[in-house]
Design a binder for this molecule. Structure first.
Ligand code: ZN
Length: 248
């Protein structure tokens, strides 16, 4: 079950911060105990790591599990880093790759008289009189924002067209930078999606939107929720996996 794309059933009473030493570094994480049978590790889009453990689990046992999954955790963190336009590893110079709708484009920065951002033959071409990394970043960021508003609205309309025959009222769409989730649905029928989804493949954008639309009928992730999701997207698990892992 995705914690990134969901409204969450977390019922976290209190969380505790700790760090697990791994290799040369350490993994900071937040730990919460609850009445559950299994331990769950999740990495959120802001790269924070959460561990939910059954009440009474020994810290050593938790550390051992985290160490066992450390490679996967690092993998997830790297995956989310490429979505983050502010990530310090990005330098905004030629040769770097940036994502758009699930494809990687190589950045090519050049001096020009106008500010232009275009995609051409596998390249992100950015020209400007000012090609300082900060300026290139803001040009790219404006470009992504514009494309996100256009495409995410379009995909939302397509998804809604499939869903509208059901007895549900159309939610309002809100596109914004979210730290912890790909999407959420509030009780006042606002469907919020993460602007960074514009970097993911269309099938993954559809997955997030359909997932949230299914919450119009079933607020929690119970069996009926999954039945409905499965009816609309029989391959939802594949899409979810692709969103979380396959773009590395
Ligand atoms: Zn959900």
């Amino acid at each position: 079950m995705s914690t990134a794309t969901t409204q969450a059933n977390m019922s976290l009473v209190s969380t505790k911060k700790l760090a697990v030493v791994y290799g040369e570094g350490e993994i900071p994480l937040q730990l919460a105990f609850s009445k559950r049978k299994t331990l769950e590790i999740s990495v959120h889009p802001d790269k924070s790591v959460f561990v939910k453990a059954p009440e009474g689990t020994e810290l050593e046992a938790i550390e051992a599990k985290v160490k066992k999954r450390a490679r996967w955790i690092k993998h997830q963190i790297r995956y989310f880093e490429q979505f983050d336009i502010r990530t310090p590893s990005r330098k905004y110079v030629s040769g770097e790759s940036h994502l758009y709708l699930g494809k990687k484009y190589r950045l090519k920065v050049g001096i020009g008289t106008d500010n232009i951002v275009t995609l051409k033959a596998g390249f992100f071409l950015v020209t400007s009189t000012d090609i300082q990394p900060n300026h290139v970043r803001s040009l790219l960021s404006d470009w992504y924002r514009e494309k996100a508003d256009l495409h995410l609205n379009k995909v939302f309309s397509e998804c809604w067209a499939k869903f509208r025959k059901r007895d549900a009222e159309k939610p309002n769409l809100k596109i914004m930078q979210l730290k912890k989730r790909w999407g959420s649905l509030s009780k006042n029928r606002t469907l919020t999606i993460n602007r960074d989804l514009i970097k993911a493949p269309k099938e993954c954008i559809e997955y997030v939107i359909i997932h949230e639309l299914c919450h119009l009928e079933h607020y929690h992730h119970g069996p009926e929720f999954y039945q409905l999701l499965e009816r609309f997207l029989p391959d939802w698990e594949k899409r979810k996996y692709k969103l979380e892992i396959a773009l590395i």
